[in-house]
Write a protein that binds this ligand. Structure first.
Ligand code: MRU
Length: 349
């Protein structure tokens, strides 16, 4: 998508550098962070420089490829131990995100086969090629999610979304927002209700920034306003992304998604999940088997923003000394989900 007239992806490789749009400082600053090692890239996933299912997956793939370049001198056994550790380190960054495991695993296997046969240089080249094709696939798939999802967006639709599942979260286009972009481009008169999405405010900061850049009408709402809006007939459909979808259709997504799905059911509003097939986990039977990441309480207790000179600061917004609990995701049971927008069409159970 374009920022200031230039095309960007959320994450990309430029020569030897992994480049990432720094999502921690948006919408106040547009910074690019670069990484030359697996360790720095893993850390960028952990500290939320990059976030969102597909962007985490693509970054993880590139990080795994970088590990092949980082192999220290030594014998093959040492190289294999090093790579195994690097893989674990990447996988431990964001445990709920299925795409993280999907991409890391694919790149690891592409590189390992070459390492044994042809040595680290070729292994790195092949691992990098695999990581790039994963990133390209996210771009293609998220575009197709938009094409299919758009079919469910009627003229004059008021769409509610939660968190950020736009192009920042899926390398390009997005999952939940991709259909919105297609609908708007087709000239449909639409409006988006953007849940602020505490505690990190990915809705108020990132989704609102994306929609503003595209000129799409939107309004930020407090997280607890959805019931009011739905009860007044002001929401026509809900679309969110997902971080992992179990075989039975239960879907983990940003904390607060479950509430919206329950409300949508109560008010007879269709609730859709948009996600590439890589987010569907064939080894996870149901939502009870999804690991829910618990994040630092500081995210709840503090908020970050710029002062009048543009300097970023973290300020305490809760009672000093109180503790906070910060589960990052919840699981929406399949029975509350009307359909899944994927790159192969709309799936129903
Ligand atoms: O910001 P995160 O990584 O903690 O939140 C995850 C997500 O981005 C969302 O749950 C999102 O809605 C689905 S990922 C496209």
């Amino acid at each position: 998508m374009k920022v200031n007239g230039l095309d960007y992806r959320a994450v990309w490789m430029e020569k030897e550098a992994l480049c990432m749009i720094d999502q921690r400082v948006l919408p106040f600053r547009f910074d690019i962070v670069t990484s030359y090692s697996c360790q720095v890239s893993s850390n960028a996933i952990r500290n939320m420089t990059v976030r969102g299912a597909g962007t985490i997956g693509a970054t993880a793939g590139y990080a795994m490829a970088q590990a092949f370049r980082d192999i220290p001198p030594g014998n093959m056994d040492q190289a294999l131990i090093f790579l195994e550790q690097a893989k674990k380190e990447i996988e431990n960054t964001r445990p709920t995100a299925r795409d993280l495991f999907f991409a890391t695993d694919k790149v690891y296997h592409a590189g390992i086969q070459a390492l044994v046969k042809s040595g680290p240089q070729i292994a790195y080249q092949l691992a990098l090629a695999e990581a790039s094709s994963i990133a390209d696939a996210y771009v293609f798939n998220s575009r197709m999610i938009g094409v299919y999802g758009n079919e469910m967006i009627p003229e004059n639709a008021r769409i509610l979304t939660h968190c950020n599942a736009g192009w920042l979260a899926l390398v390009d286009y997005g999952s939940a927002l991709s259909p919105v972009y297609v609908a708007f481009k087709q000239g449909k008169n639409i409006k988006v209700w953007v849940d602020e999405t505490r505690p990190r405010s990915q809705g108020a900061k990132l989704t609102a920034w994306e929609l503003s850049n595209q000129g799409i009408p939107h309004t930020i709402i407090p997280d607890n306003a959805a019931a009011y809006l739905m009860s007044k007939g002001l929401v026509d459909l809900v679309i969110t992304g997902a971080d992992r979808i179990a075989v039975n259709g239960d879907a983990a997504n940003k904390i607060g998604t479950l509430e919206k799905a329950i409300l949508a059911k109560e008010y007879g509003i269709p609730f859709y999940i948009a996600a590439p097939l890589s987010t569907f986990d064939p080894e996870c039977p149901d939502g009870d088997h999804i690991t829910i990441e618990e994040r630092d309480q500081a995210e709840v207790l503090f908020s970050m923003g710029p002062d009048k000179d543009g300097e970023m600061h973290e300020i305490l917004t809760c009672n000093p000394g109180s503790q906070a609990f910060n589960p990052a995701f919840d699981v929406t049971p399949a029975r509350l989900i009307k359909g899944y927008f994927t790159e192969q069409g709309i799936k129903t159970l």
